[in-house]
Design a protein. Structure first.
Length: 369
């Protein structure tokens, strides 16, 4: 990107002194110049001086402008410098040849000073904008890499103390004599530690799913049992908000268990995110209904009172979509969509009677026992 006060440099390549004078008279007070009268000198100057634009005559002895342009574009050091051909040729075939070689424009001789000035200004502005975009892209890539590095370090650093917390709780639980209230508390600590550890591992899985490099290994998972586990983990939150969760099965066979081919940890994370969202969105004292059934595979629907704002319904499963939720990151529903699709399923949002919200996850590879 050009700094303020910077004067762009133009390389003029032409074996006619009269034309060089015209260019310098027209543009001399606006830009810096290098002048070459043959192709070899032009190639050396372009590589050493790195001009911002090259005005290149086609008809020159020994090496014509086409060959000069070709060699400029073959050289990594000069390939990005825009080349404008100067020529008496007006044949379409000649113009096409120049554009195929990488030229950005043609200016025909005899030169019109206003046209020359306008074309040069335009191509210099295009180059400046392109360089600015490249700089911005590099900065964004660097920031993204830094963000990824920080996340990886955080995951690594968090695992050690979490393992200690979980291990300590497990050691204390091995004591023979312990009041039931203390045992329950230690079990809650152990469970919470495992949940946080799962979240740390899930964040890395989310990145891999985004990049399309996640290695998926499905196995038999009892979704009914998994939902019961998730609901049990939210027991304190449910009690605090005086809410209730109703779990129903539309198929009698599903009462004993619904087995799907999936990954247990991914499915747990997905259902946990969706149930957590439903609990947070639903009013105090209300009920959340979780329904399981079969329709071209197992489906699980989660319905709660309250509706998603109309403004974000279409983008509900997009990354960082959130509205009116204190501390919301907009990653819960996005993560659920990625997990559902990674496992070969789908997810959908539905507004019911403009009073409640239903999210339905469809699994693939279902076998109900």
């Amino acid at each position: 990107m050009m700094e303020e006060g910077y004067e762009p440099m133009i390389l003029v390549v032409d074996d006619t002194e009269t034309f060089i004078d015209i260019v310098l008279d027209t543009l001399g007070d606006q830009y810096q110049f290098c002048v070459c009268t043959n192709g070899e000198a032009a190639l050396e100057t372009a590589a050493s001086e790195q001009p911002d634009l090259i005005l290149l005559d086609i008809l020159m002895p020994e090496m014509d402008g086409y060959e000069v342009c070709k060699r400029l574009k073959d050289n990594p050091a000069t390939r990005d410098i825009p080349v404008v051909f100067l020529t008496v040729k007006t044949d379409v075939v000649d113009e096409r040849k120049g554009f195929d070689l990488g030229a950005v424009d043609y200016i025909t001789k005899p030169i019109s000073p206003p046209i020359l000035e306008a074309r040069v200004k335009t191509h210099l502005e295009i180059r400046e904008n392109r360089l600015a975009l490249e700089t911005q892209n590099k900065a964004l890539m660097k920031a993204a890499q830094l963000h990824e590095d920080v996340e990886n370090i955080t995951r690594h650093d968090l695992k050690s103390p979490l393992t200690a917390v979980i291990g300590s709780a497990q050691l204390l639980l091995m004591r023979d004599e312990m009041p039931p209230s203390e045992k329950k508390l230690l079990q809650n600590i152990e469970s919470a530690g495992y949940s946080i550890l799962d979240m740390i591992n899930s964040s890395l899985n989310l990145y891999k799913m985004e990049q399309g490099i996640y290695s998926y290994h499905p196995a038999s998972v009892d979704i009914h049992q998994l939902i019961n586990r998730v609901v049990a983990d939210f027991e304190l939150q449910i009690q605090s908000a005086r809410q209730s969760i109703i779990i129903s099965c539309l198929d009698e066979a599903a009462d004993e268990g619904c087995i799907v081919q999936a990954e247990e940890l991914l499915s747990y994370s997905m259902l946990s995110n969706l149930i957590k969202n439903a609990l947070e969105a639903a009013p105090h004292g209300s009920s959340i209904t979780i329904t399981m059934g079969e329709k071209d595979g197992l489906f699980v629907s989660i319905q709660n009172e309250g509706v998603v704002p109309l403004e974000i319904r279409e983008q509900f499963f997009d990354k960082y979509t959130t509205m009116g939720k204190e501390g919301g990151t907009g990653l819960g529903a996005y993560s659920a969509r990625l997990i559902a699709e990674t496992q070969g399923g789908s997810i959908a949002l539905e507004t019911v009677d403009e009073t409640s919200t239903r999210i339905t996850v469809n699994f693939s590879g279902t076998r109900c026992d």
